[in-house]
Design a protein around this ligand. Structure first.
Ligand SMILES: [Ca+2]
Ligand SMILES: [Ca+2]
Length: 243
């Protein structure tokens, strides 16, 4: 009989534990900053993803980062907002963010249209990409952090969805093993590399690139960069590429 009772107890404990574990609440809002690999003196892209989202009508994020990273630009992926939203990320002033050591980004219903009840945004996925320049004073294997906090988050009934979490991702400095401009990996920069980069712009999965491909400095990799690289092969002095 004792054995039966202990068995029942054990089972009861197990069930309790299972229910405690399964009752662990999914956060109303959650974000992640995946780790990235960078090269000293080069730009590195750090993504910010929303991984859980109950549905918000306002969201404010605050970012800061370790010395060794300088914010260069913010690429905003949360562009398809409902009509009555403003997108504060577009107004981000990178110079101010660098001098303050903080970047604030927010999304909220536009004040002028506040009579229209805002929809809740339930988007999950990449919301923005922070582009940093990695200091050329950093050494291989150095790790520099990018940190985020949710400063405000609410839904269209003004329920507070924010939390006290802080999120972090790290850029690890790797040894630069590529020759700048050499996309096909034969160690010399030729028109074949410009063609490779052009193919990348059409079929990125079939033509993966081993290094940053933005040569004209507009922060996106397009056919213009392939043309720039081609011009470099003819006129390297007029079309310099980062060594
Ligand atoms: Ca090559
Ligand atoms: Ca470009």
């Amino acid at each position: 009989m004792k054995k039966v009772i202990s068995l029942v107890l054990v089972l009861a404990i197990c069930f309790t534990m299972v229910s405690v574990v399964s009752a662990k609440k999914t956060p109303d809002i959650d974000i992640e900053i995946p780790d990235a690999t960078g090269y000293a003196g080069y730009d590195v892209e750090v993504d910010v993803n929303i991984t859980a989202n109950k549905g918000f009508s306002g969201l404010g994020l605050s970012f800061y980062w370790d010395e060794g990273l300088t914010l260069k630009s913010v690429k905003n992926k949360l562009s398809e907002l409902p009509e009555n939203y403003v997108n504060a990320a577009i107004d981000t002033d990178v110079a101010t963010a660098n001098s303050n050591g903080r970047l604030y980004i927010g999304w909220a219903p536009a004040a002028t249209q506040s009579q229209v009840e805002p929809e809740n945004i339930t988007y999950t996925g990449k919301i923005l990409t922070l582009v940093f320049t990695v200091s050329d004073e950093l050494d291989i294997d150095d790790e520099v952090g990018v940190y985020a906090e949710i400063t405000t988050c609410f839904d269209n009934e003004q329920n507070d969805l924010s939390n006290d979490e802080s999120y972090e991702g790290y850029v690890t400095v790797a040894e630069k093993t590529f020759t700048t401009g050499d996309f096909d990996g034969d160690d010399v920069v030729t028109d074949a590399d410009a063609v490779y980069l052009l193919m990348y712009t059409f079929f990125p999965e079939d033509y993966p690139i081993n290094q940053p491909g933005d040569f004209d400095g507009d922060e996106v990799v397009t056919d213009a960069d392939a043309v720039y690289l081609l011009m470099y092969t003819f006129f390297p002095d007029d079309y310099p590429i980062q060594a």
